[in-house]
Write a protein that binds this ligand. Sequence first.
Ligand SMILES: [Zn+2]
Length: 478
Amino acid sequence: MVLAGWRRGLVVAALLFSFGASAGAQKLPSDAVPAEHMEQYSDLAVRWMQEYLQVDTTNPPGNEARAAAFFKRILDREGIENQVFEYAPGRANLIARLKGSGKRRPIILLSHTDVVTSDPARWMAPPFSGLIVDGVMYGRGAQDMKCEGLAQLVVMVMLKREKVALDRDVIFLATADEEVDSTGTDWMIAHHRELFGDAEFLITEGGENLRDPEGVKYIGVDVAEKSPFWLVVTAHGRPGHGSRPIPDSAPNRLVRALSRILAHQPELKALPVTEEFLRQMAPSQTGRRARWFRDLKSALRDKRFRKAVENDESLDSMLRNTISLTMLSGSQQTNVIPGEASAHLDVRLLPGEDPKAFLEEMRLVVDDPNVSIEPENAEFRVANASPLDTALFDSFRRVAARYFPGAPVVPRLTSGYTENQRYRGLGIASYGFSPYTATSEEGATEHGDNERIRVEELRRGYRVLYDVVTGVAGAPGP
Ligand SMILES: [Zn+2]
């Protein structure tokens, strides 16, 4: 991330202390749950997480029906209404619901049940063991995102067992295939939108709460994301023998076109989410950088800031449409000049961008009639964003102030793509929020080797989520 050089000064700490004291006085819903119940829920969270990690849902092929069966067994036992949809052999989604009074629209707790592949030879514990070593649990999905699905499950069980009066339905939705094609979510939206489409809010993966030895640096909530707009650049020219160079051959034209594209810097843009993110991060920066972060619009007029952006991948991806050159192809033989050569560009557009306008911009930059640029996929999913002034975002803030005092709650624009995009399209304010914290090393095990989570996170995370959800869904007490 951008956040090199974080330092929590003494003055800031003192200010936070007085703020923390008043914030701490605020009651959270879990304060009303007897301590011995909380102990039981923490034990359950650890045990169920181990069992869930032992369910192999490597995608491909997925086998998410196994995860749906795991959830169903627990939900049935707890008396929580649920349905499983096996939409293809071995591929299943599960939806469960706790009824509210209907005074407010539902909230969805969404998780995907599939995990990416793993190479056991590179792991210190088998990827589907859930083994605990020195207070750390290992398993594929420990970060992405069986941990969050598990916390969502425990929250459902708590709401039910503690007989919490709800003003809105709380919907637990576990879908297949997020890691490959999102067929699980697509199928649910296409066939059973009536079961959840009227929701007001959704929480799923995507947030990042960074921990270092000094404590929790920030609570990052994903509220917007960029959208992939992959392009194929194809150059045409006369083919020939490699022994007789052709100046305007297809490969030569392609290389010239690509160097024009790479030299082109798309315009820097200040979106509300980025302005707010940088403003929240400003106290962690020093000197000029702190000034830039406090006032992004002015910073964009500063040449030194624009230079700094070019050398900072995180800032760069937050502030502009980005272009990465990824695939190249031409001749199959060294001595053959091909008649066609092509390259693929991984382009990511900011929310609100018009893909047609961007394509036109690229064609102008290349300016060669023998080089064509076309989208790789016919379909473009417009990048979208969720508002910051919602009851759910307030709930994130309130709960974070208690569990992670002093850590700013920062809205983020992610450079990646999550299923939030699909649900926002239904009019649901969708957020990437994690109830856990992770060090940057732990976070990096997502999709990597030795994916893991500290047991103390498992014992606390469900409670954080319970307070967020009950804060926004619970009926006000008498
Ligand atoms: Zn994921």
